[in-house]
Design a protein around this ligand. Structure first.
Ligand code: HEM
Length: 465
């Protein structure tokens, strides 16, 4: 066959393939993004978005910094989760690897069904979160007004967020959340052309929240187990923390970071290799982030908790604040660090990062080995998505605490964890306060060896070095 004929057939095959893809998408009701061009013959669910700009996946990139035109975007159909939440175990994220450690963004795309996660700890989290709001007020929830010429306020984004969450939650967990909508025909601001949600009830907790009746970000934060940060793009192209419900952060405080740019948040926290490995890719990613490409990432750290007889009965695992490692949340001035006193020194202009660290914690001043039964793995699951109306980026942070004693029963985990801890470069080891709990390495090694000796399936036959 001549090469011209081959090209001809290739072209026909490519056209047929494109046609087939379009037909499949149409049959499925659109691409996963549900980005639609508004044309004649709108469906009921599309009518309410008719005044908005059609959504295109890359619309985000081509605009002036700080500007956003609301787009017509509908959250994709959600698979309802009908499991009994009180029986759902927390997801066992174990985001550490054998071998070398590299600082990377570590992002992957977020399945739309999994914007937030709910499990049997919901009631426990809710008690702590509610208590923190009642006792700490604007130290834990804040929505900043506009800073003229620099960045918009977060109020509109908070209103959009609480409505998005209520729509998502009532579809994703229909046995947990019951939504009541405003009268039919009153408006079409809910998802898929439905009237807006007025109230939402958390059925197992017997709590009802009126979405227009209180502070939207506070309500949003009480509906879920995640903490929430609202990032708004400024006219300088940076993203600013303009709103936050940071109720269980463990090791940083909203009041130290509110209003800061994302760069300053990370630099002031002395996040290792931020400027060399993360800053550029992060800011590029956020600038271009379209509404249909949410992302998720995990991180992990360790915390040592107080013995049970000295623990706070409401929060014995120090979910909200790692007091044993960081000292009293209200005593420390400036931005707390995980460091021992002798590690002080990393100062950042304009912040007092260097001079307080864990000076008020007993642990920081002790050289005693820690008791492995007091060590917890703290994993975070973080998601980022852009809201279609305000263009704000919502950052969710979900915390999972697992006792080390439980963790070592999992196949391969003690070995992998020991390998990961040993592979942290110096700056990472300092950030994660390895010196405080380094002695757990022996404990992990012993459990790894035990798993090898008893031929537990899936254990890597490797030394933990
Ligand atoms: C793709 C986006 C992001 C990446 C890749 C990223 C990366 C990181 C990394 C590597 C750390 C060190 C701890 C760890 O995760 O292992 C960190 C810490 C932190 N990040 Fe992010 N981050 C992102 C988004 C955000 C956002 C949107 C916020 C908004 C509040 C934020 C707030 C923080 C804070 C408060 C800390 C702790 C700093 C401290 O210790 O004082 N991050 N981030």
């Amino acid at each position: 066959m001549s090469s011209g004929l081959i090209e001809h057939w290739r072209l026909i095959a490519a056209l047929l393939l494109c046609g087939a893809i379009l037909v499949v998408r149409r049959l499925r009701g659109g691409s996963p993004s549900r980005g639609r061009t508004l044309s004649g013959g709108l469906t009921a669910s599309e009518k309410h978005t008719a005044g908005l700009k059609p959504f295109h996946t890359d619309a985000s990139a081509a605009r002036e910094p700080g500007e956003w035109t609301p787009v017509a975007f509908e959250y994709p159909a959600i698979a309802p989760c009908r499991e009994d939440v009180s029986a759902v175990k927390p997801v066992p994220y174990r985001p550490f690897k054998w071998g070398e450690y590299h600082v990377t963004m570590g992002i992957r795309s977020m399945p739309w069904d999994e914007w937030t996660e709910l499990d049997r700890e919901f009631a426990h989290f809710h008690r702590i979160r509610e208590h923190r709001i009642q006792t700490r007020g604007d130290k834990v929830v804040q929505v900043l007004p506009e800073r003229p010429g620099l960045v918009k306020g977060a109020h509109d984004a908070a209103v959009e967020l609480v409505h998005e969450l209520a729509e998502y939650l009532s579809r994703r967990y229909p046995d947990v959340y019951r939504a009541t909508r405003v009268d039919a025909g009153h408006d079409g601001n809910g998802w898929h052309g439905q009237p807006s949600i007025k109230d939402i009830t958390i059925i197992p907790l017997g709590k009802t929240y009126g979405l227009e009746k209180g502070d939207p970000l506070t309500i949003a934060s009480l509906l879920i187990q995640e903490d929430l940060a609202i990032m708004i793009e400024g006219t300088d192209g940076r993203y600013y923390l303009q709103g936050g419900a940071i109720l269980i952060p463990g090791s940083w405080r909203l009041r130290d970071k509110i209003g800061m740019s994302l760069d300053d948040i990370h630099i002031s926290g002395t996040v290792p290799q931020f400027e060399s490995k993360l800053q550029l890719s992060m800011s590029r990613h956020l600038k271009r982030m379209p509404v249909d490409k949410p992302i998720v990432r995990n991180n992990y750290s360790f915390q040592v908790v107080a013995p049970r007889d000295k623990a706070d009965p409401l929060d014995p695992d120090e979910l909200a604040w790692c007091k044993t490692m960081k000292g009293d949340e209200d005593v420390v001035e400036g931005q707390p660090g995980f460091l021992r006193n002798e590690d002080f020194g990393a100062d950042y202009p304009g912040h007092s990062a260097g001079h307080f660290s864990a000076a008020h914690s007993d642990l920081a001043n002790s050289s005693e080995p820690v008791d492995p039964s007091l060590v917890r793995l703290r994993v975070e699951r973080q998601t980022l998505r852009r809201l279609p109306k305000t263009g704000a980026i919502v950052f969710t942070i979900r915390v999972y605490l697992t006792p080390l004693e439980e963790l070592v029963k999992e196949p391969d985990v003690p070995g992998r964890l020991a390998s990961a801890i040993r592979s942290w470069p110096g700056d990472v080891a300092k950030y994660k306060a390895r010196s405080v709990f380094e002695n757990i390495l022996e404990y992990l090694d012993a459990h790894h060896q035990r798993q090898l000796d008893s031929h537990v399936e899936g254990v890597t036959r490797q030394r933990c070095e």
